[in-house]
Design a protein around this ligand. Sequence first.
Ligand SMILES: [Zn+2]
Ligand SMILES: [Zn+2]
Length: 275
Amino acid sequence: MAARLTLKFWGVRGSTPTPIAANLGYGGNTSCFEICSSGGQRIIVDAGTGAFNLGRRLMQDAGPDGMSVDLFLTHFHWDHIQGLPFFAPLLQPGNRVTFHAAPPPQETRRRLQCQMMNPFFTLDFESVRGQREFRQLQNETVQCGDIAVTSFPLHHPQGASGYRVRCNGATIVVATDVEHGDAKLDAVLLEHCADADLLIYDAQYTPEEYASKQGWGHSTFEAAARFATEARARKLILHHHDPTHDDRAIDEIVLQARRLFDNVAAAQEQCTIAL
Ligand SMILES: [Zn+2]
Ligand SMILES: [Zn+2]
């Protein structure tokens, strides 16, 4: 039986890419996910450096008529957009990329223009050859084929969007980047995580590290386990690994998290989860 939804990790790291040998078990690229339905629909969440490899793969599979890509940006911090200038489908004629994000369309466009502005990149954002569309998605649901995506606000500096993704009765919630501790937004998050089959949560810090990093916008495996328990999520994936955490450190974090929530793992590049 085909999976109702599959999620593949193309980038799992927070803050900055970390391509050193000790990190490559989990991966060194920054945030990027591919979610596909059994009906053949695909959405992408975030365009961190993992988007480079995803873009190459998509181009290998593309037909002569090009492709349509729906890209949901959680926010505009570097680690979530850094792969965009190197995302091949955006650069090739015949393709269409639809950007879904919380700001109004003209503001999302302006931010992406700034990212690729002279002298920061060779190509101007307005001169890329793929078609671009911009849609505002703020506290509402958009339907992409058979996949429904609902956005909700997360507690993070300059704001970020969480996404609840549903198809054929399966639910994935992407909650990165987020810091626990804001009562109102914690309640919104909990409501959207309710009964999720898969919760992807920002667990950048250990509780010890968090003590000196409060207000930086990120969370811990302990908070992740608490949300997953309260929301009755079936599986928890720890995401947005700190750049100082090598594979051994992440293994240890998973072991500690498992004492709090049984069905937990760490996001791992190139790994696919089928629901
Ligand atoms: Zn981030
Ligand atoms: Zn961020």
